[in-house]
Ligand binder design. Structure first.
Ligand SMILES: Nc1ncnc2c1ncn2[C@@H]1O[C@H](COP(=O)(O)OP(=O)(O)O)[C@@H](O)[C@H]1O
Ligand SMILES: CC(=O)N[C@@H](CCC(=O)OP(=O)(O)O)C(=O)O
Length: 245
């Protein structure tokens, strides 16, 4: 029995197809535990633009003032999460939408208020809750928000949340699903990237933008004991595997 964490970015969530649900059903039939972490950065940006709120990102992270935080909560918990739980339900897969305030699921702290506003980092995941849900064959679907000990909501990059969930569950596999089939280097989609190469990929600006938090999260997850990390646009193949090769 394996524990598999799947993070799906906003675009990946829009593209869930027959193959995706077949794979989830197959894993369930094989007795594996599955946890989903969703993103939805594109939904947040769209809603901000509709409300004439400027979008600002630094190092792939959204600078999040109070208005942006309110919009992030609206988009993630009002649009993206119900869309996903609805899709799972229509596929007859038992799934539960969760957020930071679901029994203290994700506790965190502000990383640098001056630079990023209410952007947080995960300190603690309530893995007891996740394990209990998996025990009764429910698929937890988690939003990338956190909460400080004293109740302040935080916006957290979804790759970061997925890496922490996978690390704290000591997952066998972490899939970071996105809009591209892995990491591209010199016009070639890479099959494998050794973790030692990550700093060079960043320094040479081969990996930029939204791919930065992904490779950082992959590196952290592997260091914390996660078995394997894949970056891809589907879960039925491996895309780019990051690891110690
Ligand atoms: N070397 C690279 N290989 C592939 N994608 C890259 C690379 N560097 C930057 N990217 C960008 O990263 C994007 C994925 O990050 P992001 O848009 O944040 O996805 P998600 O919303 O799924 O988390 C890709 O669409 C691509 O534009
Ligand atoms: C701090 C930070 O940047 N949070 C992200 C949370 C959503 C996310 O990560 O969504 P994707 O996985 O679809 O990019 C954001 O506000 O966009």
């Amino acid at each position: 029995m394996k524990t598999i964490v799947v993070k799906m970015g906003g675009v990946a969530s829009d593209n869930l197809d027959f193959e995706f649900f077949q794979q989830i059903k197959l894993w369930q039939a094989q007795g594996h535990n599955i946890v989903i972490v969703h993103g939805g950065g594109n939904y947040i940006s769209q809603m901000m633009e509709k409300m004439n709120v400027p979008v600002e990102k630094k190092n792939g992270l959204r600078v999040t003032n109070q208005v942006a935080l309110d919009i992030a909560r609206l988009a993630l918990l009002g649009q993206v999460q119900p869309m996903l739980t609805g899709r799972f339900q229509a596929e007859q897969i038992s799934a539960l939408g969760l957020n930071a305030a679901s029994d203290r699921l994700i506790e965190g702290h502000i990383i640098d208020f001056h630079k990023f506003g209410y952007v947080g980092q995960v300190d603690k995941i309530n893995i007891y809750l996740l394990e209990n849900l998996m025990e009764i064959r429910q698929v937890p679907i988690i939003a990338p928000l956190g909460m400080t000990e004293d109740g302040q909501w935080l916006n957290i990059n979804a790759d970061d949340v997925a890496a922490q969930v996978a690390s704290q569950l000591q997952a066998d596999e972490l899939y970071l699903l996105t809009d591209v089939p892995g990491i591209k280097k010199e016009n070639i989609w890479m099959k494998k990237i050794p973790t030692e190469e990550i700093d060079e990929l960043k320094d040479k600006k081969i990996v930029t933008g939204g791919m930065l938090p992904k490779i950082e999260s992959a590196k952290k997850a592997l260091k914390a004991g996660v078995g394997a990390v894949f970056i891809n646009n589907c879960i039925s193949s491996k895309g780019t595997e990051i690891g110690a090769f």
